[in-house]
Design a protein around this ligand. Structure first.
Ligand code: APR
Ligand code: ZN
Length: 379
């Protein structure tokens, strides 16, 4: 029985920005009050991890050394005092956007973004301001309140979501971020209407899920855009009606190509799923001049800005964004898992390969090159 004791296990540690991850033996302290220790079973690679590896965290408090990973699934090993939502043995998905049910945001029906983010996600620590990870005596920071590139992790009970124990954890882990973020951006945030036209920029797991969401919402035209032509096939399988590679049009901006494709005024909904200021601008100008909705989904470096002509908004265009696809973790993630179990939600096609923790750097190199969707680490 490991409850109440420190656990020694393997984890991928980022000691410094712009360096590869290093597989280390670490100590994971037992959960304190209101915390849950999880045996992570699977975790997939996401570009948000890569942003941080590349030294572009979206909050200055996200500092090395830390344990990345936020798209995981696992089994509760032990719980701290006062935890009521889960118990040892429960199958869970960690939530980088928690649902505390107590903050102003959680009590309102206007947003899914929980203020609990401020106490864990951005700080790299548990709510009491300390870490549960050490490596040879050095304290390691948490990441996004999850740190699932570790065989064991400790997270706040507000960030643990219990799911169907029958669900394959090495598949549903992707619901922890990529699938929900893209799918929900189309379904919940943009609220894509039947018969409409859409354009999705970037075809990683997030963008492909946005394509899947547009298709599920009944969009008639779905233009999928990526600089990697290898993404065309999967995008079309998932529902894209057209693939465009910006590199095929020389100096012509991609928004000009999309305006032409859509008859001159732009498409009804656009989704930026890359995290690049230039493509945010292209997505904005590709949306319909009068009623277009441009949904910003990708995470762009804090130092980057986008400028637009204010007049471009006056006729009625909307420029908006969404976090975690507008889903509330504890309420909605179990439903998405059920949708997968009922074969209403595709996840399998988004998983390009299964890897060992030791192969994680190679998987991120492939992501740097824009190859593959998700690589799932099975512990
Ligand atoms: N134009 C078009 N496509 C591009 C461009 C560009 N200028 N630059 C990159 N891409 C494509 C890549 O080829 C790749 O297929 O965008 C895709 C991004 O996919 P991933 O790297 O797998 O990223 P993903 O994990 O899907 O995340 C996308 O959403 O949650 C955020 O932080 C995340 O900002 C990231 C974004
Ligand atoms: Zn993510």
């Amino acid at each position: 029985d490991t409850a109440g004791k420190s656990i020694t296990c393997k984890a991928a540690v980022l000691w410094e920005f712009n360096k590869p991850l290093s597989i280390e033996t670490i100590e994971v302290a037992p959960p304190k009050a209101g915390e849950v220790r999880i045996k992570v079973v699977a975790n997939s690679t996401c570009h948000s991890d890569l942003h941080v590896m590349n030294g572009m965290p979206w909050d200055k408090r996200m500092q090395c050394p830390l344990i990345l990973g936020h798209e995981g699934a696992g089994i509760v090993e032990s719980v701290g005092a006062g935890v009521t939502d889960v118990q040892p043995g429960d199958h869970v998905i960690p939530l980088w956007n928690p649902q505390c049910r107590k903050c102003e945001n959680c009590k309102s029906n206007r947003t899914n973004v929980c203020s609990g983010l401020d106490d864990t996600h951005y700080t790299g620590l548990m709510t009491d301001g300390t870490s549960r990870f050490t490596c040879n005596g050095t304290v390691l920071n948490h990441f996004m309140g999850c740190s699932t590139f570790s065989e064991y992790t400790v997270i706040c009970d507000m960030a643990v979501c219990k799911i169907n124990p029958e669900a394959p954890l090495d598949k549903v882990c992707v619901i922890g971020c990529g699938i929900s973020t893209g799918y929900g951006a189309a379904i919940n945030s943009a609220k894509v209407k039947e018969g409409s036209s859409c354009a999705v920029f970037g075809l990683g797991a997030v963008g492909l899920s946005a394509v899947m969401g547009c298709k599920a919402a009944g969009a008639k035209t779905i233009i999928a855009i990526d600089i990697n032509p290898d993404k065309a096939q999967l995008a079309k399988k998932i529902g894209a009606t057209k693939f465009l590679n910006p590199k095929d049009f020389g100096d012509t901006p991609i928004e000009t190509v999309i305006l032409k494709e859509s008859g001159g005024n732009g498409v009804d909904y656009t989704f930026e799923c890359i995290g690049n200021a230039a493509t945010v601008k292209s997505a904005f100008y590709s949306s319909h001049k009068a009623w277009g909705v441009c949904e910003v989904v990708g995470i762009t470096a804090l130092t980057k800005e986008v400028s637009i002509i204010p007049l471009a908004l006056v006729a009625g265009r909307k420029w908006q964004g969404s976090l975690f696809g507008g889903y509330r973790g504890k309420d909605d993630v179990p439903k998405l898992v059920e949708q997968y179990m009922n074969k209403e939600l595709n996840i399998d096609d988004f998983i390009s390969q299964n890897i060992k923790l030791e192969e994680v750097n190679e998987a991120f190199d492939l992501m740097r090159e824009g190859k593959f969707a998700r690589s799932v680490v099975k512990y």
